[in-house]
Design a protein around this ligand. Structure first.
Ligand code: ASP
Length: 342
């Protein structure tokens, strides 16, 4: 890290920059200038920091694909002039945005680190300062003239994860995220411990391709005992629906009832892409391991393996937006594009 290392801070909103509205008692996003005044420590860091902010910072519950494209465009615009990017984002939907970013930024060879906090930066007990400062330090890490991190990461509570492997697991603890199917890329203790063997390395040979088309004719359906035929059929028949992420039980299992299998068969024959992901937080879909997933396999349901639901839905939006041929979508989905699955 040197003062020559330039980091761009992109502020989208989230608790990190919120203040309490005294009238309503709710937390609302603050403007960026005020946010930076709360962190004089930033100026002690051994890198140059520039910042840009969403015109209107948002609670991440209001994030949308249009906002994702705004972040992609900001990164694309500043890609040559900056060595790394830190995106400040609400934690509620951070895993979705960060996973989407991993797909949209093809051939990324610089760090894009998402972070935020559970308590506002102005709060005495805030987790925001550590998250922000360490994220910047990680984004600025360089070895032999190359950035150490060359992918989209998510830093929270002393750990940097591969972003598209994460899920928000806790609304109370400072340790708000987990990556149950992939180890942390960096652990922050007295020193920053980089787990080199787990990093994606793209090198600089290929040019960044910033994708901006997403197709959100997609839906997530979590199976539950008692799901009835009318509800299930209605979801499969939503006008314009192109893809469904089906959160199944355990290792990818579903009821074997004839109505469910024939509804799925009909929808798949009509062109609906169905992805099997497990509703367990960790582990993988293994179609064919149990009798209860055999029929899904016979229907050529797409195998989501150990992908998170967040990565599955954003990968679908990206692939559909990229006009991937329907015949190839299954094969491409089942291939790891950015280290998001086995
Ligand atoms: N509601 C907030 C958001 O996601 C929570 C947070 O930032 O942690 O924007």
């Amino acid at each position: 890290m040197t003062k020559n290392t330039k980091i761009l801070l992109i502020y989208t909103g989230g608790t990190i920059g919120m203040v309490k509205d005294y009238e309503s008692g709710t937390l609302k996003p603050l403007n960026f200038g005020k946010l930076l005044k709360n962190i004089p420590e930033l100026y002690q860091l051994d890198c140059e920091i520039e910042s840009v902010s969403f015109k209107k910072p948002i609670d991440s519950s209001n994030m949308s694909p249009e906002h994702w494209v705004e972040i992609v465009s900001l990164i694309e615009q500043h890609y040559q002039s900056h060595d790394g990017f830190v995106v400040l984002h609400g934690s509620d939907t951070m895993s979705y945005t960060a996973a989407a970013m991993s797909f949209l930024l093809e051939n990324l060879s610089k760090p894009v680190i998402f972070t935020g906090s559970q308590l506002p930066i102005g709060d005495l007990r805030t987790d925001a300062k550590e998250n922000l400062i360490t994220s910047i330090q990680i984004a600025a890490l360089r070895e032999k003239g190359e950035p150490v991190i060359q992918e989209v990461g998510l830093y929270f509570e002393y750990k940097l994860y591969r972003a598209n492997r994460t899920t928000k697991i806790n609304a109370e603890h400072f340790e708000a995220f987990a990556s149950l199917n992939y180890p942390p890329l960096v652990e922050s203790g007295v020193h920053l411990k980089v787990n080199y063997e787990y990093l994606l390395r793209n090198g600089r040979t290929k040019k960044l391709h910033a994708h901006k088309q997403l197709d959100n004719n997609v839906v997530i359906l979590k199976l539950f005992p008692g799901l009835n035929k009318i509800v299930f059929q209605s979801i499969l028949n939503i006008p314009g629906l192109k893809a469904l992420v089906l959160e199944t039980y355990g290792a990818g299992n579903a009821p074997t009832e004839a109505w469910l299998i024939s509804a799925l068969r009909e929808a798949i024959e009509k062109g609906l892409h169905v992805v099997n992901v497990t509703q367990c937080s960790g582990g993988s879909v293994i179609m064919g391991q149990y009798e209860t997933s055999e029929q899904l396999q016979e229907l050529h349901v797409i195998n989501g393996k150990d992908i998170t639901t967040e990565a599955a839905i954003t990968k679908l939006m990206y692939l559909l937006g990229s006009q991937v041929s329907p015949k190839l979508l299954k094969t491409i989905f089942e291939t790891s594009l950015r280290g998001e699955m086995q």
